[in-house]
Design a protein around this ligand. Structure first.
Ligand SMILES: Nc1ncnc2c1ncn2[C@@H]1O[C@H](COP(=O)(O)OP(=O)(O)OP(=O)(O)O)[C@@H](O)[C@H]1O
Ligand SMILES: [Mg+2]
Length: 456
């Protein structure tokens, strides 16, 4: 039997069983019902690729069933059948998305050919979709892949030397560091310098997905594994084959998922969700987190065995506070970058302004610096960005803004909100759910704002 599923809805039982039998013999996974309601109840749980629907049925007629089937799963193809088929009926069914229309009576061979044609179409679109999916992932990786990494401090030079040393190796790497320090940038650099560079660099943000989604994103799923799993889907472990899999925010993974990950990493094999076949994959793992994993281990929230498995080569990226000598060249780099992006002449920052930037604590690290420079480039009118302007934009931290400060309303509000968010994050020791509570907003709104202000 092949895996192609067909649901038949026909109230004439001789016809219904005849169709089912013919298609089963051809190896299809066919099931039949004599009324729409029962069929739909089954279909919600077990969507099929093709539905064969009789037009004239009671109490729910074929057109209603067709609409409902398409509503549940728009990708399911429909073949309508009818003894009294009029042109209008056929046109209506086609308008509602039916792939074909057949008039009774028909021979088993006629049925076979129509069904075979529909499946050929289904399979070729499937192939194209997989290709498009892979291409999309690869394309975004390519454009993001070759970002320059700036830094001359001893701390960052040590990291560069380490990258040279470890890129060609196969061992698993764990990158830690505060948010915005460049963990992802370093992970991509390692991949680009590795022997795997011709193969995909696939990223997954483990913190952003719930367990079910994460599991199916990582390992893929078989058709029918859960409601809505209308077709088989490859997971990132498979898509990253021969390349690098970047497990971002690994500190946010639940303990159940930690067990599954450990096995996949350790043995290089896994099963798709709802599948029995064991799939082998050859990926290099780079994981990253801004969480303190030793603390999570002590609290029983992170498995020690997984930690050791991941941190074969640990890379710790220093915060921007710990390498302040990099600030001027980073500022220069971002001034260039944002002038190109905004198609303006490159702006400069006066000495007092630069000193201020060097003194600031940068809780959001390089990302915060990058966002600030971009903002300054856009709002400053002259070519020289002065310390006064920087002061206003940096020290949103001092939540007091007065009308006399001569700050446009939008900028003042920006500072005000940013200041409150920084305060809440400090108060909650960086715990986003607590900070969100203090501010009276949802965690997802907080995420959005942290990103907006370059604080993530
Ligand atoms: N040394 C660097 N030189 C130039 N740009 C950098 C450097 N480090 C980081 N960046 C830039 O800063 C931004 C944040 O970097 P990245 O996304 O790699 O940080 P991260 O550590 O993964 O942050 P998070 O923990 O929030 O995910 C990116 O736009 C990146 O290009
Ligand atoms: Mg990151």
């Amino acid at each position: 039997m092949n895996n192609d599923g067909i649901i038949i809805i026909e109230d004439n039982s001789t016809m219904r069983l005849g169709i089912e039998e013919t298609l089963r013999r051809d190896g299809y996974n066919a099931i039949s019902f004599d009324d729409g309601t029962a069929a739909l109840n089954h279909f919600i749980k077990h969507p099929a690729e093709l539905a064969i629907i009789d037009l004239k049925m009671e109490p729910m007629n074929g057109i209603e069933v067709l609409k409902k089937i398409k509503g549940i799963s728009s990708q399911t193809e429909v073949l309508m059948i009818s003894a009294y088929g009029t042109v209008e009926d056929a046109v209506k069914a086609m308008h509602l998305g039916a792939a074909d229309f057949m008039t009774k009576p028909f021979s088993p061979d006629e049925l076979r050919i129509r069904v075979k044609n529909i499946f050929e179409k289904i399979h070729s679109t499937k192939k194209i979709e997989t290709l498009i999916e892979q291409n999309k992932l690869l394309e975004s990786e390519l454009t993001e892949g070759f970002e320059e990494i700036i830094g001359k401090s001893e701390a960052i030079q040590k990291i560069f030397a380490l990258i040279e040393q470890i890129s060609q190796k196969e061992s698993t790497i764990l990158i830690t560091g505060e948010s915005g320090t460049g963990k992802e940038l370093i992970a991509r650099a390692i991949h680009n310098k590795s022997n795997r560079r011709e193969h995909p660099f696939i990223k997954i943000n483990c913190g952003a997905l719930n367990d079910n989604l994460l599991e199916s994103e990582l390992f893929g799923h078989e058709k029918g594994a859960f409601t809505g799993a209308i077709k088989q889907k490859k997971g990132r472990f498979e898509l990253a084959d021969k390349g690098t899999l970047f497990l971002d925010e690994i500190g946010d993974v639940s303990s159940g998922m930690q067990v599954r990950l450990l096995r996949a990493i350790q043995e290089g094999e896994f099963e798709r969700v709802g599948g029995e076949q064991t799939i082998k994959t050859n990926v290099r793992i780079i994981a990253a987190t801004n969480k303190k994993l030793d603390k999570l281990i002590a609290e029983g929230k992170f498995r020690e065995d997984l930690y050791y498995r991941l941190s074969v080569i640990p890379v710790t990226i220093p915060s921007l506070r710990e390498r302040k000598e990099d600030i001027p060249i980073l500022v220069d780099h971002f001034l260039n970058k944002s002038s190109v992006k905004n198609r303006t002449r490159k702006k400069n920052i006066d000495e007092a302004g630069l000193n201020q930037l060097k003194e600031y604590a940068w809780p959001g690290n390089i990302r915060e610096l990058e966002n600030l420079i971009e903002r300054l480039t856009v709002i400053s009118e002259g070519e020289l960005i002065n310390s006064e302007l920087i002061n206003r934009h940096l020290f949103g931290q001092s939540v007091n803004v007065n009308v006399g400060d001569n700050l446009p309303l939008e900028a003042a509000l920006y500072n005000f909100e940013k200041g409150l968010i920084v305060q809440a994050m400090k108060k909650s020791d960086g715990a986003k759910n607590r900070a969100a509570k203090i501010l009276g907003i949802s965690t997802s709104v907080l995420y959005y704002k942290l990103e907006k202000y370059g604080l993530m």
